[in-house]
Design a binder for this molecule. Structure first.
Ligand SMILES: NC(=O)c1ccc[n+]([C@@H]2O[C@H](COP(=O)([O-])OP(=O)(O)OC[C@H]3O[C@@H](n4cnc5c(N)ncnc54)[C@H](OP(=O)(O)O)[C@@H]3O)[C@@H](O)[C@H]2O)c1
Length: 280
């Protein structure tokens, strides 16, 4: 028994479920099973990337779920090594071929790869792919305010989303403000904090008892109330269902602020150096 997940409206007129399913590092037969379970649990947004090496599995999971293609949103990402215009076009065409889809709901630039400095070229390619109808909506990931302004000034096209690291130890107050000012939807990667999830912190554990929910549910609800779009990954069907069960309770503003105040210097999971990022 599933339900319709509420949606955010994007700046290009498309809409997107307020929570999606992270697919890294799900691969192989077990990966497909985990993604099919997620779709059965009610997720309608799967987040992948060329660098996750699981685009075939994502396509297979959508087909195996029995859901119509248009009822599931699939997003992928161009890697930092494919930023030259023709390479970026070819990269997305290859993603489509691997998934056996004729369009993608959203494609992002995985990270700006600033030492190469060709992310504006990649953005022009995404604009072209959207014009051709191969991609419904286009966005970026791991962009700073400066990178966002560079692509907007070059093309006049504002990314629909920016997918950034965001969790209670790294709450990204400033980028949320930048995104609101520019009309960009925030997506949150590692929304639970992955290896260093703050489940035992009182601002998380106290509402857990108050509302009879789990620490993960409290953190994911915090994302929704700050209008960010979390992409939790879980290989476990029970956790997948739990992570989607966020609409029967509401945190107070004070509870939201207390979780945001868990911010700590060095709260980033990947040490701020995208070159060391295992996925990019
Ligand atoms: N754009 C980027 O650069 C970028 C970077 C990193 C990640 N991402 C995206 O973001 C997604 C999520 O990020 P992530 O996997 O790093 O972090 P995450 O979703 O914050 O954490 C995943 C971890 O939390 C565990 N977990 C999930 N639900 C739980 C629950 N209810 N209770 C306890 N533990 C729970 C999972 O274990 P089990 O699987 O065992 O349940 C897994 O170990 C990725 O899959 C990917 O799609 C994007």
């Amino acid at each position: 028994m599933t339900f319709d997940i509420p949606r955010y409206k994007l700046n290009d007129g498309q809409s997107v479920p307020v929570i999606g399913f992270g697919t890294y590092p799900l691969r192989g037969v077990d990966g497909v099973d985990a993604m099919v379970h997620a779709l059965e649990a009610g997720y309608r947004l799967l987040d992948t990337a060329v660098n996750y090496g699981n685009e075939e599995e994502v396509g297979e999971a959508v087909r195996r779920s029995g859901l119509a293609r248009e009822d599931v949103q699939v997003t992928s990402k161009i890697p930092g090594r494919h930023h030259e215009y023709d390479q970026a076009i070819g990269s997305v065409e290859e993603s489509l071929r691997r998934m056996r889809f004729d369009y993608l709901d959203r494609v992002m630039i995985h990270w700006p790869n600033p030492s190469v400095g060709k992310y504006v070229e990649a953005w022009r390619a995404l604009v072209e792919l959207r014009n051709r109808g191969l991609v419904r909506s286009i966005g970026v990931s791991n962009f700073t305010e400066q990178h966002l302004h560079a692509v907007i000034e070059d093309t006049g096209v504002t990314p629909a989303v920016n997918q950034i690291e965001l969790h209670p130890y790294f709450p990204q107050q400033e980028m949320l403000r930048v995104h609101t000012d520019l009309g960009i939807q925030t997506e949150a990667w590692s929304p639970l904090g992955k290896r260093s999830a703050p489940f035992a912190e009182p601002p998380v554990s106290e509402p857990t008892k108050r509302y009879g929910v789990t620490p993960a549910q409290v953190i994911l609800r915090w994302h929704l109330q700050r209008r960010s779009l979390p992409l939790p990954k879980s290989a476990t069907p029970q956790r997948q269902r739990q992570n989607l069960d966020l609409f029967g309770f509401e945190l107070t503003d004070a509870e939201v602020d207390a979780i945001t105040a868990l911010a700590r210097p060095g709260g980033r999971l990947f040490g701020g150096d995208p070159d060391n990022h295992e996925e990019m």
